[in-house]
Design a binder for this molecule. Structure first.
Ligand SMILES: [Zn+2]
Length: 407
């Protein structure tokens, strides 16, 4: 299986030991699980289609890797230590961790109903404070971080790779840092792009404040993911990703601090998912153009929603077209007919037919989900295709996470 790696700008072989896309992964037994770290959400609101599209992308990757015979360990963190969460909790008059727990459950339920295989681990930042403090302390000891009025900053000159994930110029990084929560203009920093690892919180009544050897305060967002990735997956993570808006600063900063902390190689392949758009704009809370997953699930089958999302290539995303869901419902009905009551057991016992082979090839070709949908549409119009075809359809439903279409 080959995927586009943001850091090198090229396709890299991930799972599967041979360029022959249908060969099983012969390294499966010795290599240990295939590791995936997906940056999860800050749980202060429901999952929208942009989340659904991003997480479904990693679900498709994990399903194909498992299909290649490799065990998968997928970690999707919960960013329950983050500024927008405190603001929303204060507005509602609740503790931020109570808000986080209830929104986390809502999110898990919506994503589960969308047919996502639950992550093997869903670590919460709030439960990794000792590890976070330990990594920041080791960066300070190594001279890769420094204190500024009680806060701690990462020194981007400590690693030659700052800029390697995004490939952005210094000027562009500075511009984005200013727009996306950074503080390039703060006086006293060694470099404008140095980013926050620890924020000192003087106010004893602030609920998001931990008493630690670094002083009272809370961590910056980027260090949380470096720590949770290290704790649960170690080094050499096969695939690490999330939405494309995380490339900079979030993943750039993760790469820099993990490398400086000696976690090398940190990541083998950086995978980023393009946005779902509404009216030409990225779906976002501030624009009020969100389509919520749980709302869609009230009227539509999970398979239809997934088939609709699969019409977009993961790297590009695109303008959301609700009519794709109706097409998905229709395709689901055709799939059910084509499966012709074939059981999973019977299907698994048969050799792969041409349709399954082509679907696997499409997934291995940088996760070409739109091609999978086209293949399904063109093949299902063939009448009386026989048992091999029916068995393929049953196995494809599992591979693409659209099992509900056959129910
Ligand atoms: Zn992250």
């Amino acid at each position: 299986m080959r995927l586009h790696d943001t850091a090198t700008g090229s396709l890299v072989q991930t799972a599967g030991s041979s360029p022959d896309s249908t060969a099983p992964d012969s390294t499966a037994k010795s290599a240990g699980p295939f590791t995936i770290y997906v940056c999860g959400v800050t749980p202060y609101d429901a999952a929208h289609l942009g989340h659904g599209f991003t997480f479904m992308t990693f679900d498709l990757i994990r399903r194909r890797v498992a299909d290649l015979g490799r065990q998968v360990k997928l970690v999707r963190n919960v960013t329950d230590v983050d500024e927008p969460l405190y603001a929303k909790a204060a507005e509602l008059g609740v503790h931020f961790l109570d808000l986080a727990r209830s929104e986390e459950r809502r999110m898990q339920s919506a994503l589960g109903r969308l047919g996502l295989i639950p992550p093997e681990v869903e670590p919460r930042a709030s439960e990794h404070m000792d590890d976070i403090v330990a990594m920041i302390s080791s960066l300070l000891a190594a001279g890769a971080a420094y204190e500024l009025d009680g806060d701690v900053y990462f020194d981007v000159s400590a690693t030659p790779d700052y800029g390697r994930v995004s490939g952005y110029s210094h000027g562009l990084m500075t511009k984005f840092a200013r727009m996306r929560g950074g503080d390039p203009d703060r006086a006293g920093k060694r470099q404008p792009l140095d980013f926050l690892l620890w924020r000192r919180i003087g106010d004893e009544d602030d609920p998001a404040r931990w008493e630690t050897p670094l002083g009272p305060g809370r961590p910056g967002w980027h260090i949380e993911c470096s720590v949770m990735a290290d704790r649960h997956l170690g080094t050499g993570i096969d695939v690490h990703g999330g939405g494309a808006d995380l490339i900079f600063p979030h993943h750039e900063c993760e790469q820099a601090q993990s490398t400086a902390a000696g976690r090398v190689p940190f990541v083998k392949c950086w995978v980023h998912v393009g946005p779902m758009l509404m009216g030409g704009e990225k779906m976002s809370k501030s624009l009020g153009n969100l389509v919520f997953v749980d709302r869609l699930l009230e009227d539509h089958s999970p398979a239809a929603i997934r088939l609709a999302l699969m019409r977009y290539h993961y790297r590009s995303g695109g303008e959301w077209r609700p009519e794709f869901i109706e097409d998905g419902e229709e395709l689901s009905r055709e799939l059910r007919k084509a499966a012709a009551g074939m059981s999973r057991e019977e299907a698994a016992a048969r050799p792969a037919g041409p349709l399954l082979r082509e679907i696997r090839e499409a997934l291995d070709d940088n996760l070409d989900a739109p091609r999978c949908v086209r293949l399904l549409e063109s093949c299902l119009s063939r009448p009386n295709a026989g048992d091999t075809h029916a068995a393929d359809v049953v196995r494809i439903a599992d591979l693409l996470g659209i099992e509900s279409a056959l129910a």
